[in-house]
Design a protein around this ligand. Structure first.
Ligand SMILES: CC(C)(COP(=O)(O)OP(=O)(O)OC[C@H]1O[C@@H](n2cnc3c(N)ncnc32)[C@H](O)[C@@H]1OP(=O)(O)O)[C@@H](O)C(=O)NCCC(=O)NCCS
Length: 215
C-alpha cells in the first residue's frame, strides 16, 4: 500500500512523499537509471529491473498490507526515488528502505529530510516502537542520513555481500521511539551500544516532525 502524502522543507525546496502511479516507475527513464551500477550497488541487487519487473512490483506494492511505500519528489520534479516501511510486527516494529534512483538529486538533504517525515509517520500513524535498517559500510550518505534522525549501530553482518569485487559488511541500525524506550529496552542494553545521543536525536526528530511535516 501507499502512504499518506507528506511534505517537508529541505534546502532546495519541498520534499514530497506521496503515492505514485505505475507509469511513473515502470518507464524507460527509470529503467535506465536503475541500470546504473552506482545507483543499486548497495541494494543487494545484481540485476537490472525491466519495465515489466517494475509493473509487477507496483501491482504487488499496491496490494501489500504490511509494507507502506511513498514516491519521493522535490518541488515539481518527476518521481526521483522511493522509500518504505515494512511492518514486521503491527504497532511495534518495521524495517525501513530508501532509494533515490535519479542521481541528480543526491546530496541535497532529501534522504535526511525524508527520514524525519517517515519516522514521524511511523509513530504518529503506526505507533511503532522501533525501526531497523541495514547499510553497507561504504554507504556513508545512507548511514549519516539515518544517524541524523536517531538510528544507532547495534551490530554488523561481516562480509555479508560481495560488491564491486570485495566483501562488504552490513551495519545493522535501529531506531527506538523515545516514548517507549523503557519498554523496548527492558531486556537491557549491551554495554558497547551508545544510546543517549541517539534517543535525544530521535526525540528531536519527532519534535521537528510535529512542527514541520505537513500532511
Ligand atoms: C545513499 C542515499 C540514500 C543518500 O541520500 P541523499 O539524499 O543524497 O542524502 P543526504 O543528502 O540527506 O545526505 C546525508 C549526509 O550524507 C552525506 N552524503 C550523501 N551522499 C554521500 C556520499 N556518496 N559520500 C559521502 N557523503 C555523502 C551528505 O553530505 C550529508 O552529510 P551531512 O549530514 O554531514 O551534511 C542516496 O544516495 C541513494 O538513494 N543512493 C542509492 C540507494 C541507496 O544506497 N539507498 C540506501 C540503502 S541503505
Amino acid at each position: 500500500m501507499f502512504g499518506k502524502k507528506m511534505m517537508i522543507e529541505c534546502k532546495d525546496g519541498i520534499v514530497q512523499l506521496k503515492p505514485f502511479q505505475m507509469e511513473e516507475i515502470a518507464n524507460a527513464k527509470v529503467i535506465e537509471m536503475m541500470a546504473d551500477a552506482e545507483v543499486t550497488q548497495y541494494l543487494t541487487m545484481v540485476n537490472s529491473p525491466t519495465i515489466e519487473d517494475k509493473e509487477d512490483w507496483w501491482k504487488k506494492t499496491r496490494k501489500e498490507k504490511n509494507t507502506i511505500v511513498w514516491g519521493i519528489y522535490l518541488n515539481d520534479s518527476e518521481l526521483l526515488g522511493v522509500t518504505s516501511l515494512e511492518i514486521t510486527s503491527p504497532n511495534h516494529s518495521a524495517e525501513s528502505g530508501f532509494l533515490i534512483f535519479n542521481k541528480k538529486y543526491w546530496k541535497k538533504g532529501i534522504a535526511s529530510r525524508s527520514h524525519i517525515a517517515r519516522t514521524f509517520y511511523a509513530t504518529h500513524f503506526l505507533n511503532l516502537k522501533t525501526i531497523i535498517s541495514g547499510v553497507f559500510s561504504p554507504n556513508i550518505g545512507s548511514f549519516k542520513a539515518l544517524q541524523s534522525v536517531g538510528y544507532f549501530v547495534t551490530g554488523y553482518r561481516l562480509g555479508s555481500h560481495y560488491i564491486n569485487g570485495k566483501f562488504k559488511n552490513i551495519i545493522n541500525l535501529q531506531w527506538v521511539n523515545p516514548k517507549y524506550a523503557d519498554l523496548v529496552l527492558e531486556d537491557g542494553i549491551p554495554k558497547d551500544i551508545v544510546l543517549d545521543s541517539a534517543l535525544n536525536l530521535a526525540k528531536r526528530t519527532l519534535e521537528i516532525g510535529e512542527n514541520e511535516v505537513v500532511f
